[in-house]
Design a protein around this ligand. Structure first.
Ligand code: AVJ
Length: 313
């Protein structure tokens, strides 16, 4: 329980976000236990192509990625979600020395580390419980004969704004050091007729994922959102090349959250997520400014998704 002296970052983000002209809540708050389960369900949907496409690229090309990284490497996974993906890489690598999953959820990390230890007895596993946006991980990284390789699959980088991507890539460049490389998965721009259904599926799983944020605010912030008075919306924003998720108010209403009142007009939305689709050349330019060069990339035959290899300058 929060006592008024303890900072509650969820409460702070929500109160600030609902007070803006365009109401908005940072997308990381979508991922409580229920939200993480729903996201796992999303990855299995027929309309949601990114996860299976990236897994196929990794499965087909992990050998080439492993050759590029080299032997006895230290792999640092940012926002370590799906161990499935790093296993594909670990299995292809020559004598990987260490695996460092960085994740905000300590319990999630424990479980993940335990599972891996059983299957990779020679691998040093050193979880770091931290926001992946934090800097100064460098001193915590194990020493090894091989080089350091960052790993950031899932197109999570597409949730970040330009300034955040810059900060993230610059921090990683400093932490991983000279001679490092970085493997990053990123969804690609494509027609809205493919993109919109991927974020507004026929079974309504993505709608449940988005609306779970209302349930979470009701539970954790003593809010009184009526779940039937809001609708899920997935919008393609062409000029910013991103899918936006919104929660749209279906009538004029006032909602109480953490002791404060917020008015909604009919049709007014809370913006809950940006999923940017950043083309390779554009990302290469951003990486360049943060001390990385795009050295090569792998894609599926339709060019839906790309896995990039960056090299430290
Ligand atoms: C986990 C951020 C990559 O943007 O595609 C899926 C999240 N949101 N459906 C994405 C998400 C709605 C997902 N990422």
């Amino acid at each position: 329980m929060m006592d008024g002296l303890t900072r509650d970052p969820f409460r702070e983000d929500v109160i600030k976000g609902l007070g803006q002209p365009q109401k908005a809540i940072p997308s990381r708050w979508l991922y409580d236990e229920k939200g993480s389960k729903l996201f796992d369900e999303i990855t299995e949907l027929p309309e949601y192509y990114p996860t299976r496409t990236e897994l196929k690229i990794l499965g087909d090309r992990a050998g080439e990625m492993a050759d590029a990284i080299g032997p006895e490497a230290v792999i640092v996974e940012y926002g370590a979600g799906s161990l499935l993906k790093v296993r594909i890489l670990l299995d292809a690598l020559e004598r990987p020395a260490a695996f460092v999953p960085v994740d905000i959820s300590a319990s999630h990390l424990e479980a993940a580390a335990d599972e891996l230890t059983a299957d990779y007895p020679d691998l040093t596993i050193k979880p770091i419980a931290s926001d992946f946006m934090a800097s100064n991980l460098g001193e915590s990284l194990p020493e090894a004969a091989g080089r350091r390789a960052g790993f950031f699959p899932g197109s999570t980088v597409g949730n970040l704004l330009d300034a955040e991507i810059h900060r993230f890539l610059s921090n990683a460049r400093a932490d991983l050091g000279d001679g490092a490389c970085f493997i990053i998965g990123i969804d690609q721009p494509k027609p809205p007729k493919i993109l919109v259904p991927a974020y507004d599926d026929a079974q309504g799983v993505t709608a449940a994922f988005n609306k779970n944020l209302l349930t979470r605010m009701n539970r954790e912030l003593d809010a009184n959102f009526d779940l039937d008075a809001f609708a899920h919306e997935a919008r393609w924003n062409q000029s910013d090349s991103r899918i936006e998720m919104h929660l749209r108010s279906l009538k004029p209403q006032t909602v109480r959250v953490a002791g404060e009142s917020f008015d909604f007009q009919d049709g007014e939305t809370i913006h809950t997520e940006n999923s940017r689709k950043i083309a390779l050349d554009r990302f290469a330019g951003m990486a360049e400014k943060a001390g990385w060069s795009l050295s090569r990339h792998w894609t599926d035959e339709k060019g839906l998704f790309a896995v990039m290899l960056l090299e430290a300058d």
